[in-house]
Design a protein around this ligand. Structure first.
Ligand code: 76R
Length: 283
């Protein structure tokens, strides 16, 4: 697959570290402030540290990975989250090291992280498969409508695949992230199901997801071989209520109800580094 034009920064890194399929590395990092350590910092260390943290988390800075999004995390699991995407995994990791090396670093406690990559799922239908499904649903393959529908899908697929491999962040403020596995138990082993059965279940899953178009955006990144969980699910929504609704709705899809196992959920709200420092009363 040709590399999208805007990933040209891969030229400056060892090509062996960039995903060969044209996708990006992705990290979700979660941190809390240690209040006792914060109290031990001088006013100057707090001020310089806040400036350095804001610089390390500036999405527009030259050192920043291609995508960086910061969030205020709700609840006790963390104070803030950073989501990073880039062809170079070390450029992503340097953001973490800059945070810890800043004067605020001694008071920043890493809580949790998830390392993954973008990819195009094997269950994304090709235009041919899309056409076959239309025929199976009773459409005449020689009709004008069939041709328009298949061409429409093929045209949309180009942008959909770009978004899967090299995603833009959606404009929504509410977000949640959680890892998931597909079960490998006797009698309920996703990986021993025939491909047709897995595809059937994933098509059902995608349909229930599409019902949330315009309210929820999702990015699935893959942790298989890299992490303790197989996939990372990042959801964004205009209102957190839609996060609750989509996850509840999907619990009834066979792919989730029967085969999915979930890890911890990190819920938060997109905010700049400066807003996070204000919110956490650091500055
Ligand atoms: O990529 C596509 O949009 C094509 C259809 C599609 C695939 C292949 C799709 C659509 N998903 C796919 C793959 Mn999904 N997804 C999840 C979760 O909480 C739960 O029960 C499950 C967590 C949500 C909320 C979600 C949402 N999806 C996957 C995979 C990879 C499987 C593999 O490759 O083996 C996982 C783990 C997964 C899980 N999915 C959609 C959505 C939504 C909202 C859609 C509609 C498309 C969109 O709006 O982006």
């Amino acid at each position: 697959m040709p590399r999208p034009a805007h990933t040209s920064s891969t030229e400056s890194i060892p090509p062996s570290l960039a995903p060969a399929g044209g996708g990006w590395h992705c990290s979700h990092l979660y941190y809390s402030f240690d209040r006792t350590r914060l109290k031990q910092l001088s006013a100057a260390e707090r001020a310089d540290g806040s400036r350095e943290v804001a610089a390390a988390l500036d999405p527009a800075a030259a050192h920043t990975p291609i995508r960086l999004q910061t969030t205020i995390t709700s609840g006790h699991k963390a104070d803030f989250g950073v989501m990073l995407l880039d062809p170079d995994p070390l450029k992503i990791d340097r953001v973490h090291q800059r945070l810890l090396a800043s004067p605020l670093g001694p008071a920043i406690v890493p809580c949790w992280s998830f390392v993954s990559m973008t990819e195009i799922s094997e269950y994304v239908q090709s235009p041919e498969q899309f056409g076959e499904r239309l025929v199976a649903e009773g459409m005449d393959a020689s009709s004008a409508e069939y041709k328009t529908r298949v061409k429409g899908y093929a045209d949309r697929l180009v942008e959909m695949n770009r978004q899967r491999l090299t995603p833009d962040f959606p404009p929504y403020r509410a977000t949640c992230f959680y890892p998931m596995n597909k079960k490998r138990e006797v009698g309920e082993n996703w990986f021993t199901l025939p491909k047709e059965e897995r595809s059937r279940l994933m098509i059902e899953h995608a349909r229930s997801g599409m019902a949330f178009a315009g309210r929820v955006s999702q990015l699935i990144t893959v942790g298989v071989g890299l992490e303790d969980w197989e996939w990372g699910v990042t959801l964004w929504a205009a209102n957190p209520e839609f996060l609750k609704e989509i996850v509840y709705r999907m619990r009834f899809d066979e792919a989730s109800a029967r085969y999915a196992e979930f890890g911890p959920f990190y819920t938060g709200y997109v905010a700049t580094a400066s807003e996070i420092l204000d919110h956490c009363q650091i500055k």
